[in-house]
Ligand binder design. Structure first.
Ligand code: FAD
Length: 570
């Protein structure tokens, strides 16, 4: 700095503090008089005159919207890019397929959601087709007819693009099946159901053809497939049988599931109740049955146990068997050295592994939880403050909070083993009286904890919590840079800036039709029946993103109670 001349010093100062140039212009124009000029009004600079960091958010689903709603720090310029200019409340999509709830009641324009924010947020209706992590650019294409392309720079990128439907490359699925992933899918299904009923009601249709047209097949016994089958059954039995009395006896709903049971991720009591209820309702449940081919009128299935192939003629087939990574994310993974993975991996702070300023959350990514055993020697060395080669109980207790913070599997392991503290774990290895512990004993005590590492489910709950967590980190970025609040860095020095993301499971629902819902709440508390249905109504009403959608959804439910569902084919 000492060797810089006056001009160079001036020019460097102006480059580092661009807002000063404005002050200079105002100063010159005012003839040197003192002019009050507020840089805080400037859109591109924060209130201390620094250029705002540009945050690009890809996606307006659960993760992206939750991030945007919770971002409060005005020192960012946010650019949102998504082919959808709205947020969709996906848990109500099965209700949209049959008109229990209208499509417009479950969506909220993203511009409405961000309009009152103090943070500057712009929206572009476009899809990102390439992420260049080296140049810090995203390449986008308009979703309109012209498909106009443009490039956006970022300082921080938040990838929240969700996932695509997984067809497992089953032949014919893309061409002939409907999906239930987006609002448009739900609208297509609604039209198709009515279309099948109207076609089957034409006078010149044979009974065999009528039977085929009114055979509805749902592939996938997860929560979405099960809920859709239940909604369809309610629609048919409560509304359509009255409107189409001549064809009602031809209607059949089948649910195909490759494993032995539906709702595998739920408690066994819920699975058993759901299977029993479907049998009672006349929904044809085919478990252990894998779809191998779909043609325009038939679905071929293979029985897993016997290998026997059979065919089911169908009028409408809905494919709901899970999700897979989007092609643009797969390309990005290749670029950053994650080509050997199936899902984009992040660290526990949601930062994409192999990058610095890119975060990924929701269905498009998974957290690669660091294993205790990978760091065990570093943990021991950090805890062993006096370098004695052994850990005293005090050493251990001093480090325990950081260990549990950094490696949540430790706490899960203790909980599963009914242990109150990590010292109990040492007792298990060393016997009742623990005074000191060697590195080998330490390794042996913690050797099993990594068995508790689990991936989070691809749910709205996880995506929304991740969005809130990341926004909170962005809100406190500068503060935590100066005063880190995360656990000790065992392999390096200092502390992590933030505490890692923690998922809090609030329970899950499986609506089963006939005003009955199964609820699995924290602490393995299971409730099934009409009371859970009311819990479902109140939770989903309260979780709406705006009062507008909340009132629309509640009035749709009331309309359905009073007048039934609308079967007009519009
Ligand atoms: P999404 O919500 O899918 O959002 C992805 C966003 O990225 C969208 O805005 C999309 O338009 C955008 N996007 C896509 N491609 C691009 C691109 N190239 N460039 C930019 N943007 C892009 N979870 C629950 O917890 N409870 C439930 O009851 C429940 N029910 C469900 C019912 C149905 C029918 C479905 C389909 C899902 C359900 N889920 C439920 C799962 C839940 O919806 C997902 O886990 C959640 O949507 C994931 O959020 P996300 O933000 O990661 O992705």
């Amino acid at each position: 700095m000492g060797s810089l001349n006056l001009y160079e010093r001036f020019s460097r100062t102006f480059r580092e503090h661009p807002s000063l140039s404005k002050f200079l212009v105002v100063f010159a124009l005012s003839g040197g008089g003192v002019v009050a000029y507020s840089v805080a009004n400037s859109e591109n600079y924060d209130n201390v005159g620094n250029q705002k960091k540009k945050v690009v958010v890809l996606g307006t689903g659960w993760a992206g919207t939750s991030f945007l709603r919770n971002l409060k720090n005005p020192s960012y310029d946010v650019q949102v890019i998504s082919p959808r200019n709205y947020f969709a409340f996906t848990p109500l999509l099965p209700s949209v397929t049959v008109g229990t709830v209208e499509a417009r009641s479950v969506v909220e324009p993203i511009r409405n959601i961000v309009k009152k924010k103090k943070v500057n947020v712009d929206f572009c209706e476009a899809e990102c087709y390439k992420i260049d992590a080296k140049k810090k650019k995203v390449y986008c294409r308009s979703t309109k007819k012209d498909k106009e392309e443009f490039v956006v720079d970022y300082d921080y990128l938040v990838v929240a693009m969700g996932a695509r439907v997984n067809t497992f490359n089953t032949p014919g699925v893309e061409e002939h099946c409907l999906y239930l992933k987006e609002v448009e899918d739900a609208q297509k299904i609604r039209r198709k159901v009515i279309d099948c009923f109207e076609k089957a009601s034409l006078p010149n249709v044979s009974d065999d053809e009528r039977k085929r047209m009114l055979q509805f097949v749902v592939v996938g016994g997860g929560p979405t497939g099960v809920e859709f089958a239940a909604e369809l059954h309610d629609f048919v039995s409560e509304d359509l049988v009255k409107l189409y009395p001549t064809v009602k006896d031809f209607v059949k709903i089948s649910l195909l599931e490759a494993t032995n049971h539906i709702l595998n991720m739920f408690d066994k009591r819920i699975t058993a109740f759901a299977e029993e209820k479907f049998h009672r309702d006349g929904i044809d449940l085919k478990t252990g049955s894998m779809v191998v081919n779909v043609s325009d009128k038939e679905i071929s299935t293979k029985e897993i146990k016997t290998g026997k192939i059979s065919t089911i003629p169908y009028g409408m087939a809905v494919w709901s068997t899970g999700i897979a990574t989007r092609p643009v994310v797969l390309d990005f993974m290749k670029e950053i050295g994650q080509a050997n993975r199936r899902v984009l991996a992040t660290d526990e702070w949601l930062r994409v592994e192999g990058t610095n300023d890119i975060y990924a959350l929701g269905d498009c990514a998974t957290i690669n939880q660091r294993k205790v055993m990978e760091d065990i020697s570093a943990i021991f060395e950090t805890a062993d403050k006096d370098r004695s080669g052994t850990l005293t109980v005090k050493d251990f207790k001093d480090a325990v909070n950081d260990i549990c913070d950094r490696y949540p599997q430790v706490q899960l392991y203790l909980k599963n083993k009914n242990m109150s503290s990590i010292v109990d774990l040492l007792k298990e290895t060393k016997g009742d009286v623990v005074k000191e512990i060697s590195v080998d004993e330490f390794k042996s005590a913690l050797s099993q904890v990594d068995s508790q590492v689990k991936n989070f489910p691809a749910t709205a709950q996880v995506a929304a919590q991740q969005g809130t967590y990341l926004a909170d980190c962005f809100n406190r970025m500068d503060k935590c840079e100066k005063h880190p609040e995360g656990p000790i860095r065992f392999r390096e020095s200092g502390r992590h800036r933030f505490r890692p993301f923690r998922y809090k499971h609030l329970g899950q629902f499986a609506p089963l039709g006939g005003e009955q819902t199964a609820a699995q709440l924290p602490g393995d508390w299971v409730s099934i029946g009409h009371s859970s249905q009311w819990l479902w109504y109140s939770v989903y009403a309260s979780k709406q993103v705006s009062w507008r959608t909340r009132s629309l959804v509640v009035s749709d439910w009331m309309r359905r109670f009073i007048f039934g569902r609308d079967s007009s084919q519009i």
